[in-house]
Design a protein around this ligand. Structure first.
Ligand SMILES: [Zn+2]
Length: 241
């Protein structure tokens, strides 16, 4: 699939200024910076790809993609995605994919040891539904944010299929995309996703370009606009298998 269009995929976490509650402040992109980055994308003529069309293109089928397509993704499903990212994206006519930990509804990022009094809450099912109804893809990020390269085959299977089932029950619609916690995957992890019925798996920087190891560029709180543009360029250069 050497002529597959090189579609940049970006990954964000929180749209917020870092606070004392953040175990990992780099996962926060401020609302102002996020808006500037999206302004830049729109200015450069980028449009978000329709997920179904993106998938068709990945399979090498005829698809309808914009001239300069890209994908926006959010891991962990913080409330700030709904309250701060959605309004910015709607203004631009952009959509995104959100990856949720199925045991995390209304909780804090417990895997980062963020405590219950953290203002950075994870979305409730109602929030997820709002995003889905706005045209977003809701995908799975596992049951409990465990690192898939640390799991045996039984646990991989459980994380992949239980999270799919729990999210589908909460949403009342199908969940077919997955993002590996920490971006970490292995051949066994890919197989577990395929066997559980997912159609796509997203890694981060180390993704090798396969359907179950799509690389994404992490946009961190450290990314100024120049660095953002550079990362976008890198994303466009990734070769896809
Ligand atoms: Zn995560």
């Amino acid at each position: 699939m050497s002529n597959f269009p090189r579609i940049p995929v970006l990954v964000y976490h929180k749209i917020a200024g870092p606070s004392e509650y953040d175990a990992n402040p780099n996962t926060c992109v401020t609302p102002a910076n996020f808006e500037r980055q999206m302004d830049l994308m729109a200015l450069m003529g980028y449009k978000t790809a329709d997920p179904a069309e993106y998938f068709k293109a990945r399979l090498g089928l005829a698809s309808r993609l914009p001239k300069k397509p890209f994908l926006i993704t959010f891991d962990d499903a913080f409330e700030s995605v709904l309250t701060r990212a959605l309004p910015v994206l709607e203004k631009k006519g952009f959509s995104a994919a959100l990856f949720m930990v199925s045991s995390g509804f209304g909780r804090s990022a417990f895997w980062d040891e963020e405590t219950d009094d953290s203002p950075n809450r994870l979305l409730e099912p109602s929030g997820l539904k709002k995003l889905r109804d706005a045209g977003w893809v809701i995908g799975s990020h596992g049951v409990s944010h465990r690192n898939f390269t640390d799991l045996d085959c039984t646990s991989l299977k459980d994380e992949a299929s239980l999270s799919k089932k729990e999210l589908e029950e909460a949403l009342g619609s199908e969940v077919s995309w997955f993002a590996y916690p920490y971006g970490a995957y292995s051949p066994e992890a890919k197989r577990a996703l395929a066997e559980a019925g997912y159609t796509m798996g997203f890694a981060t920087e180390e993704g090798d370009g396969g359907l179950f190891s799509v690389p994404r560029r992490i946009i961190s709180g450290k990314s100024g606009l120049l660095n953002f543009a550079l990362r976008l360029r890198q994303a466009g250069k990734i070769s896809i298998r």
